[in-house]
Design a protein around this ligand. Structure first.
Ligand SMILES: Nc1ncnc2c1ncn2[C@@H]1O[C@H](COP(=O)(O)OP(=O)(O)OP(=O)(O)O)[C@@H](O)[C@H]1O
Length: 153
């Protein structure tokens, strides 16, 4: 694990301390949302960079370690316009977190599934193409296994 973390630090993602993230998030006072793996908070670093800090919940075990490493290895290496940047991570006994680029407009699914406004076909097509470009890049960069589904007409 230590070797992995040292490698990652050379590659790019920054290793943050618990204290650093506590200050940036103003003691986790601004909740952006929550997902399957934890809660996401807004943070601002002293240089003005706005971030989204995902605090992973659950006990630190082998499965959690694997999930964490997979995310840092894959997303941490990527630099693509259509993919959210992973700036860094925190791996301490009392805090396991991932630090992402802040997306001011929130999640895409909000627009696709929860908003009353309907998105026109052209915009939907554009989103699909740009999403596919992001996935293709990730696939190439990280040699991810992408599952191919048979789409029935
Ligand atoms: N980078 C970000 N910038 C701004 N808001 C974010 C960011 N990442 C997450 N959020 C907010 O936090 C919420 C939860 O995100 P999270 O990634 O934990 O869950 P999810 O999108 O449901 O995916 P999953 O749980 O499958 O990982 C999102 O719906 C969004 O509102």
């Amino acid at each position: 694990m230590d070797k992995f973390l040292n490698e990652m630090e050379k590659e790019r993602p920054i290793r943050f301390t618990d204290q650093h993230l506590r200050i940036a998030t103003d003691n986790y006072s601004y909740l952006l949302g929550s997902g399957d793996f934890g809660k996401v908070y807004k943070g601002i670093f002293s240089d003005g960079t706005i971030v989204a800090v995902k605090v992973l919940h659950g006990l630190y075990d082998k499965k959690m370690e694997e999930q964490f490493m997979a995310e840092v290895v894959t997303i941490g290496k990527t630099h693509h316009f259509n993919l959210v940047r992973l700036y860094g991570f925190c791996l301490e006994r009392n805090l396991i977190a991932l630090v992402y680029e802040y997306m001011g407009n929130g999640s895409l699914d909000k627009y696709l599934f929860h908003e009353n406004k309907t998105i026109g076909f052209e915009r939907l097509h554009e989103i699909a193409i740009e999403t596919a470009k992001g996935i293709a890049y990730l696939h190439e960069e990280c040699q991810l296994k992408i599952i191919h589904y048979d789409i029935k007409p």
